[in-house]
Design a protein around this ligand. Structure first.
Ligand code: GLA
Length: 463
């Protein structure tokens, strides 16, 4: 048996956030201390206070963490983002096809409509770093690089909108972007207004060149500034990623501020990068999963499906696990030239339905057996999505015996469930009772993705 060691990244060992509770605890403590030796009226007063506090505590515990209240990202955002594939390629003389300039987004938008991406749900065309001019204009506003974006971002937004798509842009909470372009520090309101005037629909807000103690304030101020513009702008943050090396992030505050947030390092076009992100997410899932829900999502970074580094089985694994993790599905690839198998995988309606499930619960790893990782995600309509990832990277396809009774949520399939295999290929496995056994064949670093649906009798009751 091969054991995979969970890579301890510099952020491993993130613990339960203690910052969310002390306010209540200290209040409770002070009620107890002042209470002794008071008059009867004071006693009644303090008893009432305790009752109110208890009501508040019960309310907080039955109501999930509040999401940023902008009505956006009720399911994970879907679209395309330039970074992983096109990076900071600004040499349009050498590489006009792939450099960061307006044509790239216009061509991507055209393909997204023509080739069924929009229809499948991919709606946002997003610009990443390296789009701005190195200087702000006379009014202190950001401006696009005039050579590479001669029409300006507003025109680009109009173009993208005319095709039924939405436009995303990139900026940074600190003094410079990671690529060395002007940051938004000191200009949050100006930049939010500029983006709104241009018709931008999503802002990816990076965290380079910022003192970590000011990250929270910066991200919150930009969130407020975006809201004040009155335009619906999805707010994609990297706040926890930059805070984690120093401090345990306050996910309650992050969820109230952002529509999604990056926790883990940048994805690369390699299986080892995808594995690192999966391991980090599973290691910290106790803290991460409760933070996710309609309006706010953990973001494990872009889908690199359709590029160079992943085998087809590994591409299936990324797609399956990103759907299980309720992750934003932001592809970073060249949609103008993508192999049909990758396209089919990215447009697989059954996987997208798991990703976009309206219940909005993030899935988690339930265990590892014999180098198979099991993941599950609760779905609306009495369903579960299951992913079984073969972590063994030697040999051929291995058999995984699926028996519903061994699932952590086995009660759910008592006495029976309807089982559908979606990956590696679509197959109706039909009605299974708790102890029936299905043998799944899973390639090295590949994933079997299934849905199980509780069977109800004809009266509408569970068995
Ligand atoms: C950081 C982010 C990436 C990308 C680059 C751009 O590394 O995490 O996603 O936006 O900056 O410079």
């Amino acid at each position: 048996m091969i054991h995979f060691k969970v890579r301890l990244s510099k952020w491993a060992g993130l613990h339960q956030n203690k910052e969310t509770t002390p306010a209540f605890l200290s209040l409770h403590g002070s009620v107890e201390t002042v209470c002794s030796g008071q008059t009867r009226r004071d006693h009644v007063h303090y008893r009432m206070m305790i009752i109110y506090l208890l009501i508040a505590v019960v309310w907080v515990s039955v109501h999930p963490v509040q999401a940023l209240d902008n009505g956006l990202a009720l399911t994970p955002t879907m679209g395309w983002l330039h970074w992983e594939r096109f990076m900071c390629n600004i040499d349009c003389n050498m590489d006009p096809q792939n450099c960061i300039r307006e044509e790239l987004y216009m061509q991507m938008a055209d393909v997204m409509v023509k080739e069924g991406w929009l229809e499948a749900g991919y709606q946002y065309v997003c610009i990443d770093d390296c789009w701005p001019h190195h200087q702000r204009d006379a009014q202190g506003r950001l401006q696009a690089d005039p050579k590479r974006f001669p029409s300006g971002i507003k025109k680009l937004a109009d173009y993208v909108h005319s095709r039924g798509l939405k436009l995303g842009i990139y900026a940074d909470v600190g003094s410079m972007t990671c690529g060395g372009y002007p940051g938004s520090l000191g200009y949050y309101e100006t930049d939010a207004k500029t983006f709104a005037e241009w018709g931008v629909d999503l802002l990816k807000f990076d965290g380079c060149y910022m003192n970590w103690t000011m990250l929270g304030e910066g991200y919150k101020n930009m969130s407020r500034a975006l809201n004040q513009t009155g335009r619906s702008i999805v707010y994609s943050c990297e706040w926890p990623l930059y805070e984690l090396p120093f401090h345990e992030p306050n996910y309650t505050a992050i969820r109230e501020t952002c529509n999604h947030w990056r926790n883990s390092e940048d994805v690369y076009d390699s299986w080892s990068s995808v594995k690192t992100i999966l391991d980090w997410t599973a290691t910290n899932q106790k803290i991460l999963t409760p933070a996710a829900g309609p309006g706010g999502w953990n973001d494990p970074d872009m889908l690199v499906i359709g590029n160079f580094g992943l085998s087809h089985s590994q591409q299936q694994s990324q797609m399956a696990l990103w759907a299980i993790m309720a992750a934003p599905l932001l592809m970073s690839n060249d949609l103008r030239d993508i192999c049909p198998k990758s396209k089919e995988l990215l447009q697989n309606r059954r996987i997208i339905a798991i990703s976009q499930d309206p219940l909005g619960k993030q899935g988690y790893r339930t265990g590892t057996v014999d180098s198979f990782e099991m993941w599950e995600r609760p779905l609306s309509g009495a369903g579960l999505a299951l992913a079984i990832l073969n972590r063994q990277e030697i040999g051929g396809p291995r058999a995984f015996p699926l028996t519903l009774a061994t699932l952590p949520s086995w009660q759910y399939c008592n006495p029976k469930c309807n089982v559908t295999q979606i990956l590696p290929s679509y197959q109706e496995l039909g009605v299974q009772d708790l102890f029936s056994k299905q043998i799944l064949k899973i390639n090295p670093s590949g994933t079997a993705l299934l849905t199980v649906t509780q069977i109800q009798d004809y009266s509408g009751n569970d068995y």
